[in-house]
Write a protein that binds this ligand. Structure first.
Ligand code: GLC
Length: 457
């Protein structure tokens, strides 16, 4: 990919997206039908795979986004999606980032069940899983699913609530760092934004041992081009980090004290804070006490602003726990905290300004680019190093709408429709041209398209 496309084109053309309101019903009905077909195709009987070829198991935060779309047309299926993920929860409360389907060849995906060895861990669930986690967006999806279920919503909430409480307790007890008590991630994959440039500095402190590929074979390159996926060097580092955590029995005391990668990420923590608000909502539906969840949301919101907000950068910046330094890259992760309703006005305004600036050009490109367009490392086709993704675009749209930036929010939803209409239900998209990249028939792209189309009807 051409690096620094934004730098080369900082004052360049403006992308004009067709508004959803101007698309004929015949067209949007067709888009909806295609999206539903993808979710039906990717359904495994109890959950949805992100993509049949590249990701043939159940992924944690994918399932939450998928449930958001599913509940609009098959709310019971949405409930099953989340409950089957909760079936993979460990006894310490962690919800693993992958729940492996025993019916799928263990070598179809790397790193698979024989790599993670979850069955060796005390308190493992009845199926094989990975040992790391992903952003805790599940309580927020659960509220939407409960709404979709109508009168069955309370019964679902009663089942989901204790699992979600345990998930959040795990973050508080086993992942919090420093006096502010934000949660640390111990592997870049835990952020869901695997090869974000924000992780370059901490990740490059991890040795890249390419001889690991004598033992292990990447499977992702069979399904997507090398220019669209992480490099071998970074992949070797990912493997090393995961092996070290595994070989210490997934012990969080060890990993917080000694793991090579330990970072506090804005989106991970913002979604946790947002999910505490959702838990308060669920608690109310089942007659439990919501006040503790509200207090947690307030505590986490304050901590995010105190610890990660950078007025100079105009974004939230991740913090490297090992060095104590802020990581200087401006990425979409630093903008998603806009989803928090109680973010102070002194933060909301500047986040909006950054989104509108040449760094992200929201309203003038497709979606929200995953990385600063003006940074020379911006790579518009490589995974989390530049392309626009639909889940992060949708989260930013939610945040903008919440804080009264209705036109910009609507424009981002229009982009979600425009990108998929032009390029299909791809995994990620070139922010300037809208071309699709990564895998195709990608479930959260389908689910969030459904959510946008049906929420705007
Ligand atoms: C990639 C993405 C991650 C996602 C997974 C499955 O690893 O970076 O966010 O959960 O694929 O779609």
């Amino acid at each position: 990919g051409a690096a620094g496309v934004g730098a080369a084109d900082a004052s360049g053309g403006v992308v004009v997206t067709t508004r959803l309101a101007d698309r004929p019903a015949t067209e949007t009905d067709g888009l909806l039908r295609d999206a539903v077909h993808v979710l039906i195709d990717n359904w495994h009987g109890h959950s949805t795979v992100p993509s049949r070829d590249l990701y043939p198991h159940q992924w944690s935060w994918d399932s939450a986004f998928i449930a958001l779309g599913l509940r609009r047309w098959a709310p019971k299926r949405a409930a099953t999606e989340l409950l089957s993920l909760f079936g993979a929860q460990w006894s310490d409360g962690r919800i693993p980032h992958i729940a492996f389907n025993p019916a799928v060849d263990p070598d179809a995906y790397f790193p698979g069940p024989t790599f993670w060895r979850s069955a060796d861990v005390v308190g493992h669930p009845p199926i094989d899983t990975s040992g790391i986690i992903q952003p805790p967006v599940h309580a927020t999806a659960a509220v939407a699913v409960a709404d979709g279920l109508g009168e069955d919503g309370a019964a679902f909430a009663r089942r989901a609530y204790p699992c979600l409480v345990a998930q959040h307790d795990y973050l508080r007890r086993r992942r919090s760092v420093g006096p502010a008590g934000l949660a640390a991630v111990v592997h870049p994959w835990e952020t869901g934004m695997d090869n974000s440039p924000a992780w370059d500095t901490p990740l490059h402190a991890v040795p890249a041992d390419l001889s690991l590929f004598d033992t292990y074979t990447r499977r992702d390159l069979e399904h997507a081009g090398t220019g669209e996926r992480p490099t071998d060097e970074d992949y070797a580092r990912y493997i090393r980090l995961a092996l070290a955590y595994r070989d210490h029995g997934y012990d969080d005391d060890w990993v917080r004290a000694e793991g090579a990668f330990c970072v506090v990420d804005p989106t991970f923590n913002a979604l946790w804070a947002r999910a505490e608000i959702s838990l308060a909502d669920l608690a109310e539906r089942i007659g439990a006490d919501p006040s503790g969840h509200r207090a947690e949301a307030a505590r986490l919101t304050r901590a995010l602003v105190d610890q990660l907000w950078s007025a100079e950068a105009g974004v939230f910046l991740a913090r490297d726990v090992r060095t104590g330094h802020r990581l200087s890259e401006r990425t979409v992760s630093g903008l998603i905290p806009l989803v928090l309703p109680d973010l102070p006005a002194e933060v909301v305004g500047p986040v909006h300004d950054t989104l509108s600036s040449d760094r992200f050009r929201v309203g003038r490109v497709y979606g929200v680019p995953s990385f600063d367009l003006t940074d020379p490392r911006h790579d518009p086709q490589r995974y989390w190093r530049g392309p626009s993704w639909l889940n992060t675009t949708w989260l930013v749209a939610q945040g903008l709408r919440q804080h009264g930036y209705t036109d910009l929010a609507t424009g981002l939803e229009d982009d979600i429709v425009a990108l998929t209409a032009q390029s299909g239900l791809r995994e990620y998209f070139h922010p300037l041209t809208g071309t699709g990249h990564g895998t195709d028939r990608f479930s959260w792209s389908a689910a969030l398209l459904i959510e946008v189309l049906l929420s705007r009807r």
